[in-house]
Write a protein that binds this ligand. Structure first.
Ligand SMILES: [Zn+2]
Length: 144
């Protein structure tokens, strides 16, 4: 079974990629230390109730403000962590239409944070394959 292929199929949209990242959201405001947030999921960010600082869901993860976008970054993460043998930077560059340097640098970032997010156990725990649950989540996001 090719885990990488399967995982990329499950995490095939930006909305889907944000789901496991919700576990890594900021829990304490970096500016004021407050622990209460407006849990807005619109634009995938939340705001501190005290000082109103906004934090993207990707904040503090290797997916934050990636120039080539969350989806590509997420898929490179999957390929580097779950593909055997691990793809070379030149192969990642070719697959994702990036320069060698960009692919190399991002791969190094993934390796530094290797496996911080266990997508296989996440899927087992949350049964993300349940299409209905996912569609409901996407509807929620739209209605915020
Ligand atoms: Zn704050």
């Amino acid at each position: 079974m090719n885990n990488s292929k399967q995982l990329k199929k499950v995490f095939s949209s930006i909305e889907r990629c944000y789901l496991p990242l919700l576990n890594y959201e900021v829990k304490t405001c970096i500016k004021c230390g407050n622990e209460k947030f407006y849990t807005t999921i619109k634009n995938f960010e939340k705001a501190c109730k005290k000082c109103k600082t906004r934090y993207k869901t990707t904040y503090n993860t290797l997916f934050h403000n990636v120039r080539f976008g969350l989806l590509k970054a997420f898929h490179i993460y999957i390929e580097v962590v779950y593909e055997k043998p691990q793809p070379k930077a030149s192969e990642l560059a070719r697959r994702h239409n990036l320069t060698y340097k960009t692919a190399y640098n991002y791969k190094q970032k993934v390796i530094k944070d290797f496996g911080f997010m266990n997508l296989e156990s996440y899927l087992k725990k949350n049964k993300l394959s349940n299409e209905e649950k996912l569609m409901r989540f996407i509807e929620e996001i739209k209605n915020v």
